[in-house]
Design a protein around this ligand. Structure first.
Ligand SMILES: Nc1ncnc2c1ncn2[C@@H]1O[C@H](COP(=O)(O)OP(=O)(O)OP(=O)(O)O)[C@@H](O)[C@H]1O
Length: 303
């Protein structure tokens, strides 16, 4: 179990994190979601032992970051948001460099490099210079550099920003593979669909505070109100208020109702009787994004 206990971090007068506490079950993927500037990178750097000046503590199994930082670091692989590679060297030489930095013995390193190239799908490009790589390939190699010492906790800070779909898929399948082998993944993103797809549990962070966290299905169940989505000419808020609570959503409305199927039936009858033609009328399944909006009043995407 990883226990994050009352973490606070101040940059000068800016309170970047305030009293953040949560737990992560090992062998699962934990998603940290929040808009730009929410404090995700700061928290990731604290979790990976890079940022040392903070309040609170982190416990990994029986170790505490405050006392056993070096021990914990051996178990952690940190993928920073900024790509950190030596562009003029080949992919292979970059792995050699990072492997030695992580203290992997030379003989063992050869074996691990082959393993890593296979994991990140870059075996064919091992002898090419990094400066010839696409952004996505560099990202994959950057992840590879953190796998050489076989960490059992991997911290990835927004690893899919600005990359091509092929590299994104490759990173996703790597994460699935790592999870299967028992690795714990801590994954930050402001792409909520990625977190929904990859993570078993999630923390929502806004303005340096953890506003909610828990298992994905528990959160969805706790906040999910049964609702209908409806849009179309002549369909407006005044009309829909007769059927339940109304919220504007995109080019239509969400209609919250305790009995969505019954409401659906009544709406269809009403539209038919009044010659209204909805463009869309469907059951709506709430997403993490709706929970974030419900709790903060702001959208994640457009920030
Ligand atoms: N080294 C620093 N010195 C001063 N302020 C900082 C520093 N690093 C981050 N901040 C500030 O702390 C706040 C949180 O930043 P952080 O990078 O942790 O957020 P984030 O959620 O990772 O954002 P993004 O998604 O844009 O990377 C922001 O207001 C940021 O400007």
């Amino acid at each position: 179990m990883i226990n994050v206990e009352k973490i606070s971090k101040q940059y000068g007068s800016l309170q970047a994190l305030k009293d953040i506490s949560f737990q992560i079950e090992e062998g699962t993927c934990f998603g940290l979601v929040g808009p730009n500037g929410a404090g995700k990178s700061t928290l990731m750097k604290i979790l990976s032992g890079i940022l040392l000046d903070f309040e609170g503590d982190i416990r990994v199994r029986d170790w505490k970051v405050s006392k056993d930082r070096l021990k914990i670091k051996q178990h952690i692989g940190y993928v920073p948001q900024e790509i950190c590679l030596e562009e003029t060297l080949t992919a292979r030489d970059n792995l050699l460099l990072f492997g030695s930095l992580y203290g992997v013995k030379k003989k063992e390193l050869q074996k691990r490099m082959e393993e890593v190239f296979d994991q990140i799908g870059l075996t064919e490009r091992a002898k090419d210079k990094v400066e010839t790589f696409s952004g996505g390939m560099k990202r994959r190699l950057n992840i590879g550099c953190t796998l050489l010492h076989r960490p059992d906790i991997i911290i990835m800070d927004e690893p899919t920003v600005g990359i091509d779909p092929q590299s994104r898929n490759s990173i996703f399948s790597l994460i699935h593979h790592l999870k299967k082998s028992g690795t714990t993944i801590i994954y930050s993103s402001h792409y909520i669909e990625e977190v929904e797809q990859l993570c078993e549990s999630v923390g929502l962070i806004d303005k340096g505070r953890l506003i909610e966290y828990g298992k994905m299905e528990d959160l969805l169940e706790r906040y999910a109100k049964p609702s209908l989505f409806i849009s179309g000419t002549g369909i407006d808020e005044n009309l829909l208020r007769n059927f339940g609570d109304v919220e504007k959503k995109g080019n239509g409305y969400l209609l919250n109702s305790a009995h969505p199927l019954l409401t659906l039936k009544k709406l269809v009858t009403h539209c038919h009787e009044h010659n209204l033609e909805p463009h869309r009328l469907e059951l709506y399944h709430p997403r993490l994004e709706d929970i974030f909006f419900h709790l903060t009043g702001t959208q994640l995407r457009n920030i």
